[in-house]
Design a binder for this molecule. Structure first.
Ligand code: MEV
Length: 319
């Protein structure tokens, strides 16, 4: 049984989304987590994840190991159907092209692909909603107080207008547009930046509620512009306006102290190379930034990012 889940990027609204404001996120299908499960003759659940040099039987891993904990939680959930104490003998291989702790949702994607593969292989049917709820529970163990946006986009693999605690709402992309993602190569746990923003908020709630409101308005305006298809109108005001919203969102994230000199440098380099706008994407402090570009200018912006120190870039169409 094979299963897969894509990476994700947040276009607008990260961090404020933890406080109930809307955010826009889309799948990034160029990067994905893939899981293959085969029956095996050896006893136990053997896990192979060549990318992190992991080859181990499940019970030889600490129970709080992220991969082990997904499998333990799944087995616990499905225990009645699988039969108490009777564990399957399987070989499970995990490959992911999503850089870890980069803001592209690698943890959520591995969880979703793993649970999807386990549920099919072991005949324990789970709906997309069940898988999403399961992945959210796992995110809560490893990311402190996540909004749930990462697992939602990764599970449904669709553009999502996300409001914490609300039913999933997808949004339309009027006309496809191009984003260049630039990676700082710095791994930055979301848990820490989320916790730091919380400290700021606790110290001055009125101020930060105002900042989060402003970010929520940016996300709403961006949705309207994306749905009407303006980004495709190269050089036209609408496209510049969407880029401008990215720039405004980045400023707010700087205020929240979740940008970094490396991210700011890449954001600046993308704008100089002709991007309509650019911002950090995801938890910040490291990880990725994104730039809205014209399709024919994507390679130039990508080269400018590499020259400015990006460790890798991905050119992707939002459609
Ligand atoms: C992380 O991809 C997005 C954050 O808003 C955290 C969250 O929503 O859980 C920074």
């Amino acid at each position: 049984m094979n299963a897969s889940a894509p990476g994700k990027m947040i276009l607008f609204g990260e961090h404020a989304v933890v406080y109930g404001r809307p955010a826009l996120a889309v799948p990034v299908k160029q990067v994905h987590a893939d899981v293959e499960i085969l029956d095996s003759n050896s006893t136990g659940i053997w896990i192979h994840a060549p990318g992190i040099r992991l080859h181990s039987e499940l019970n030889a891993l600490p129970s709080d190991h992220p991969i082990a904990s997904v499998i333990h939680n799944f087995l616990f959930l499905a225990r009645a159907s699988l039969g108490e104490g009777r564990f399957p003998n399987i070989n499970l291989t995990i490959n992911s092209t999503i850089p870890v702790a980069s803001g592209l949702g690698s943890g959520a994607a591995v969880t979703v692909a793993l649970v999807r593969a386990l549920s099919s292989h072991l005949n324990y049917p789970m709906s997309e909603e069940d898988i999403n709820a399961f992945a959210y529970d796992i995110e809560k163990i490893y990311h402190g107080a996540p909004s749930g946006i990462d697992n939602t986009v990764v599970t449904y693999a669709k553009p999502v207008y996300f409001v914490k605690g609300q039913p999933i709402e997808t949004f339309k992309v009027g006309t496809p547009f191009t984003i260049v993602i630039g990676g700082t190569g710095i791994s930055a746990p979301t848990r820490e930046s989320v916790a730091d923003v919380r400290k700021l908020w606790e110290a001055d709630r009125a101020k930060w509620e105002g900042v989060f409101d402003a970010v929520g308005k940016i996300a709403d305006e961006a949705r309207m512009r994306i749905e009407t298809g303006e980004p495709a109108l190269s050089k036209v005001e609408g496209w510049r306006l969407l880029g401008g919203l990215m720039n405004q969102n980045h400023e707010r994230l700087q205020e929240m102290t979740v940008s970094s000199p490396e991210l700011d440098l890449l954001v600046e380099a993308a704008r100089k190379a002709g991007a309509a706008g650019a911002k950090l994407s995801g938890g910040g402090r490291g990880g990725n930034m994104i730039a809205l570009v014209e399709r024919e200018n994507a390679d130039d912006v990508s080269s400018a990012l590499i020259s400015a120190g990006a460790k890798n870039t991905i050119i992707t169409q939002v459609a």
